[in-house]
Design a protein around this ligand. Structure first.
Ligand code: NAD
Ligand code: UDP
Length: 320
């Protein structure tokens, strides 16, 4: 296959590019490097089956030659990053998704949209099933991300009704190697702080929950989705639910750190609990996660230690 991956120089995108390339596909990675890094795909650049196009998906996207699939991962994803660039986030999710859909339509290609558990907002049902419409504050600070993704879902659904072969994946919190140290999300913050011996910054009282999915599992789910004609939406995530305080304690233990826990105010509209119901993914994609959170966190801490050994400033304390 010849697959276009927007956001392919980012965390999940670079792992997906690598997996597609490894199974023999040609990969065109389109990324404006707003949060992605060339370093994430540097090992693929020499290959004639990989091409990096530094481009903003809000501008018309042109790809010469055939395209079999378009996977739209381009979007800021970390709360501090999208809160810092609200209009860019909204226009990437709206105009950018429109452009990516047009590319798929022009090539009669399969389209897969990376949506998010954030479409459920602060969910009133638990665990979250795909038929739940969500509880999102449309004018709160997080709405720049949540509503952009909800609009993108509406756009994909409209294209699907007009006959395009498209599907929606709702990603739940995913972590692993290549998340930027300064990304601002929970796992990278705690690892950087634990390795630097700084206090771990728990927001609120740490009783809010998240369910952490290791990146290799997420990539397997995307490959299954690309190869199917499933419309979704399909939740992809690991149902192993932890409180944020438990995440802090586990990372501190794995890192062998003596960092204390520091409590900070809870960000506005921070969802109180989150766990995917993955029955649809099991039934329609024959997918379920394989990597236990203990194993995934070990691998992620090890990767950060390796980067630290190469360059000690890699885990400079994260300032909150
Ligand atoms: P990331 O920030 O590492 O990757 C996003 C990539 O998109 C970056 O490489 C960035 O440069 C690129 N990008 C952003 N705007 C762009 C634009 N206008 N044009 C071209 N490129 C652009 O984040 P990630 O965690 O890898 O997330 C990837 C996708 O998965 C995003 O769509 C995100 O919303 C979704 N998602 C991720 C998670 C998670 O836990 N990691 C959870 C839910 C949804
Ligand atoms: N969080 C935290 N400390 C941090 C970063 C995040 O306690 O340094 C909390 C955040 O308030 C949320 C959870 O961890 O409850 C997950 O946050 P993240 O930004 O990783 O992703 P979200 O699920 O909120 O998009």
């Amino acid at each position: 296959m010849r697959v276009v991956v927007t956001g392919g120089a980012g965390f999940i995108g670079s792992h997906l590019c690598e997996a597609l390339h490894a199974r023999g596909d040609d990969v065109i990675c389109i990324d404006n490097l707003s949060s992605g890094l060339v370093d994430n795909v540097a090992h693929l650049l020499e290959s004639p089956r990989f091409h990096l196009d530094v481009h903003d998906i809000r501008e018309a996207i042109e790809v010469s030659g055939p395209v079999d699939a378009v996977v739209n991962l381009a979007s800021l994803a970390s709360p501090p990053a999208y809160l810092d660039r609200p209009v860019f986030t909204l226009t990437t999710g709206s105009i950018g998704t429109h452009r990516a859909l047009d590319l798929a339509a022009a090539h009669d290609a399969r389209f897969v949209q990376a949506s998010t558990s954030e479409v459920y907002g602060d969910p009133a049902i638990h665990p979250q099933t795909e038929d739940y419409w969500g509880n999102v504050n449309p004018i709160g600070p997080r709405s720049v991300y949540d509503e952009a993704k909800r609009y993108a879902e509406a756009l994909v659904a409209a294209y699907t009704r007009s006959g395009i072969n498209a599907g929606i994946v709702r990603i739940f919190n995913t972590y692993g190697p290549r998340m930027r140290r300064d990304d601002g999300r929970v796992v990278t913050n705690f690892i950087a702080q634990a390795l630097a011996g700084e206090p771990l910054s728990v927001y609120g009282d740490g009783s809010q929950t998240r369910s952490l999915c290791y990146v290799s599992d997420m990539v397997r789910g995307f490959l299954a989705m690309i190869d199917s004609r499933v419309k979704g939406p399909v939740n992809l995530g690991n149902p192993q639910e932890l409180t944020v305080r438990e995440i802090a304690e586990r990372i501190r233990d794995i890192a062998g750190s003596t960092s204390v826990i520091d409590y900070h105010p809870l960000p506005e509209d921070d969802p109180t609990r989150r766990r995917p119901d993955i029955s649809v993914a099991r039934a329609e994609l024959d997918w379920s996660p394989l990597v236990d959170v203990a194993e995934g966190l070990e691998k992620t801490v090890s990767w950060n230690c390796m980067k630290y050994a190469e360059n000690p400033s890699f885990v400079d304390a994260v300032s909150i």
